[in-house]
Design a protein around this ligand. Structure first.
Ligand code: CLR
Length: 369
């Protein structure tokens, strides 16, 4: 790999070899230090709201179709942050810290221009397999997002293929007095390219959808270089109602500009707003940045021995907890969410979606408030 530091080349080669034997969960594999990120996966749900303005304005739409279009615009606007931020900040995609069961992350986007405050609450609700649940809400705007996320990974020899599990449900209370609406958001597949060279980046693949309780469906296809156009990171979305004919097509780059017909649909060059998080000194012991503080410091400063030592300490403590629970016949209590075997809202909306790839049932994590 061209981008692998000389002294880590052997480690990178053996890591790549071990990817071939991976059994769906990359998170628990040990990777060479240069590819480690100091950020835990519990922070990732913040990417859903780095355009709080677009999120808040969904409820201002004048009709179900207008609101569906606003949901689609907000969703497409989140993709750049979700899938390119690590490359921008750290030079390539990196391996995030693998959250412990019960790890928490809280943040806010303050009120600006009367749009209302947006709050984010995240909890790691499973460790094996890793699942992260999140709740985002702007009470004033009447918009909230509830979801959970996991990943199944496989390696093709050149790229890592990531199938996302879980879904998100957006709830909107329209400002014009229309009834409350729900939107099911399914998640795209990822292909991690550039792995061999040691400079991974994400390309989105296949398709995802947004299904509204009002009958509107947005089907979104993703392509890399050389399909719809010569460009990377492109998408094409079509809007339909109750499975009827195409009402509108949206096309372009999710990292740049997209159009609906001749009109600009979204220009992602507008600056994003990062989530505001309490200083570590004011955080509780289960809060992500406090829990991983020493590991993150080790990774950032290149003191990998400190990072490894602290990571082992955290993992051993977790192992001991699980042993104690097994011995005492107890189990870990989730703090913010309650697990349900079949998410009722999901079932209804997935049924309207008629997409064979979307399973009829999925687990749910209900926010306890
Ligand atoms: C998590 C949920 C977010 C969207 C998202 C973005 C990037 C994904 C991440 C999810 C899961 C973990 C992920 C990451 C990109 C790379 C990383 C797949 C889906 C893997 C584990 C690290 C690969 C690095 C190796 C080459 C070492 O909403």
């Amino acid at each position: 790999g061209a981008d692998v530091p000389q002294e880590q080349k052997a480690g990178w080669t053996s890591f790549i070899k071990s990817l071939a034997h991976m059994t769906g969960d990359l998170s628990s594999m040990t990777a060479p230090p240069f590819i480690l990120s100091p950020v835990s996966l519990t922070e990732f749900p913040a990417y859903w709201c780095e355009h709080p303005e677009l999120f808040a304005r969904i409820s201002e739409g004048s009709s179900p179709q207008d609101r569906m279009e606003r949901v689609l615009r907000w969703f497409i606007a989140t993709l750049k942050g979700q899938y390119t931020t690590r490359n921008e900040k750290m030079g390539s995609e990196k391996k995030p810290l693998n959250p412990v069961l019960g790890e928490l992350f809280f943040g806010v986007w303050p009120d600006k221009n009367g749009r209302g405050e947006t709050r984010l609450m995240v909890e790691q609700v499973s460790h094996h397999p890793p699942i992260t649940a999140y709740h985002i809400e702007n009470q004033k705007a009447g918009v909230s997002l509830q979801g959970h996320s996991g990943q199944k990974t496989s390696f093709s020899g050149t790229a890592i293929h990531v199938k996302q599990s879980g879904h998100a449900i957006l709830t909107v209370k329209p400002k014009n007095g229309d009834r409350e609406e729900k939107y099911l958001i399914t998640l795209p597949k990822l292909r991690i390219e550039g792995v061999i060279w040691g400079s991974p980046y994400v390309e989105l693949a296949d398709s995802s959808a947004i299904q509204s309780s009002t009958g509107f469906t947005a089907a979104i296809d993703y392509k890399g270089k050389g399909y719809f156009s010569g460009k990377s990171h492109t998408f094409k979305a079509t809007l339909t109602q109750d499975g009827h004919k195409n009402l509108q097509t949206y096309e372009g780059q999710w990292t740049g500009v997209s159009h609906a017909g001749k009109q600009v649909f979204l220009d992602t060059s507008a600056p994003k707003e990062e989530v505001v998080v309490k200083p570590i000194s004011e955080q509780g012991e289960w809060e992500s940045r406090r829990l991983w503080e020493k590991v993150a410091r080790g990774i950032r400063s290149g003191n990998y021995d400190e990072a490894a030592k602290e990571k082992t300490r955290i993992e051993n403590e977790q192992r001991q907890r699980r042993k104690d629970e097994a011995a005492g016949g107890t189990s870990w209590d989730l703090k913010l969410f309650e697990h349900v075997d079949s998410d009722e809202e999901y079932r209804k909306l997935a049924d309207m979606l008629h997409d064979k790839l979307t399973p009829p049932h999925e687990d749910g994590f209900v926010f306890k408030g």
